[in-house]
Write a protein that binds this ligand. Structure first.
Ligand code: NAI
Length: 333
């Protein structure tokens, strides 16, 4: 099959070429947008990533150009208009799991980086400044961590935090207790009121959009640490900035950002950042941001490429892939 691969970076091409056995892959550096959708003309598959735009106009244009399969190189599918895809007769497949360890470990890396001020300490040492003023941390041991979302990644984060000696609370309306981890299943309210560290591991849905907002921040402990490696839209960034200014939020670690589509995955180091909210976040000494790299390990990229090719092979063979995004998956029924 002829496959248009959007948002390609050198690593995507390397791992997809390794996994490909039968197909013609055409790589585009461009993100998929209304103005770039014509690049897929004549291809049967469009292979996309998290910041490609897949609203109805793009989906319809893909279908008009011959695309019948949308192969997501991600687990999250909140950026895809699935109704439009169904209307256009386009099948959508994804990579439901690719090293949840990668994301869980990065989540804890953000926590530790913030707690022990690692980026600031490193910058000082490079300058020959060995002062410890302002670098005071705290022990993770004995702290209460609250997880919102206890799926594949959440459970791993819980287990790692168990290892540090944390008390772990988790809120997830659909979670089943895991006997291999010490986790107390609670509601969001208990997390907001009790947790020293709150970390988000649920998908972005209408129910979880801005689960962290001015109201919920008010319910949190003073100086709480907030970590988001899931999706930017879970957090109302303006409310979080207010929380940082008042000190209610003591540390913020982000791997995702609501408006990341115009920023992440590109080298903008010689450009002016026009997003004033993001620019404000960068001014806080107690904020640590990575550019959606939690998934970015050798193991995860191998799994993403392998599963993407298995999904495409199944479609080419006329089989239904177990990784198809169905209505049941979306409604949770
Ligand atoms: P998963 O599907 O295994 O787990 C998600 C959990 O969230 C499920 O247990 C579900 O019941 C729960 N959930 C759903 N609605 C909820 C609600 N209203 N409140 C609380 N919990 C709710 O997904 P997985 O693999 O653990 O991934 C979690 C999220 O991590 C993904 O949705 C994705 O957005 C994000 N992610 C980020 C990556 C990165 O590189 N930063 C890479 C991969 C995933």
């Amino acid at each position: 099959m002829k496959i248009a691969v959007f948002s390609t970076r050198s690593y995507d091409q390397y791992y997809l070429d390794r996994a490909n056995t039968a197909h013609e892959l055409i790589y585009f550096n461009n993100h998929l947008r209304p103005e770039t959708v014509r690049l897929a003309e004549g291809c049967e598959v469009a292979c996309v990533f998290v910041n490609d735009q897949l609203g109805r106009p793009v989906i319809n244009a893909l279908a008009a150009g011959g695309v019948r399969l949308l192969a997501l190189r991600s687990a999250g599918f909140n950026h895809v208009d699935l109704t439009a895809a169904a209307d256009a007769g386009i099948t959508v497949v994804r990579v439901p799991a690719y090293s949840p360890f990668a994301v869980a470990e990065h989540t804890v890396a953000l926590m530790l980086g913030l707690i022990r001020n690692i980026p600031r300490a490193h910058a000082r040492v490079r300058e020959g400044n060995f002062s410890l003023e302002g670098l005071l941390g705290f022990d993770l041991h004995g702290k209460t961590a609250g997880l919102i979302g206890l799926g594949r990644i959440g459970v791993l984060v819980a287990k790692i935090l168990n290892g540090f000696g944390c008390r772990v609370l988790a809120a997830d309306p659909y979670a089943r207790p895991d006997n291999n981890a010490a986790i107390e299943l609670v509601d969001n309210q208990s997390i907001f009121s009790q947790a020293d560290i709150i970390t988000l591991h649920c998908p972005l849905t209408p129910q979880t959009h801005h689960v962290i907002d001015a109201t919920t921040i008010e319910q949190m402990q003073d100086g709480v640490m907030l970590i988001n490696t899931s999706r930017g839209g879970l957090i109302d960034t303006q409310a979080v900035i207010k929380g940082l200014k008042t000190g209610r939020i003591g540390h913020l670690g982000l791997d995702v950002y609501e408006e990341e589509g115009d920023l992440f995955f590109d080298d903008l180091s010689d450009k002016i950042i026009s997003d004033d909210i993001f620019a404000r976040l960068l001014t806080f000494p107690n904020v640590l941001i990575t550019g959606h790299q939690a998934f970015f390990t050798h193991e995860a990229l191998t799994a993403i490429a392998d599963t993407t090719m298995v999904n495409i092979d199944a479609f080419a063979a006329g089989q239904r892939s177990g990784n198809e995004i169905t209505k049941e998956l979306v409604t949770g029924s």
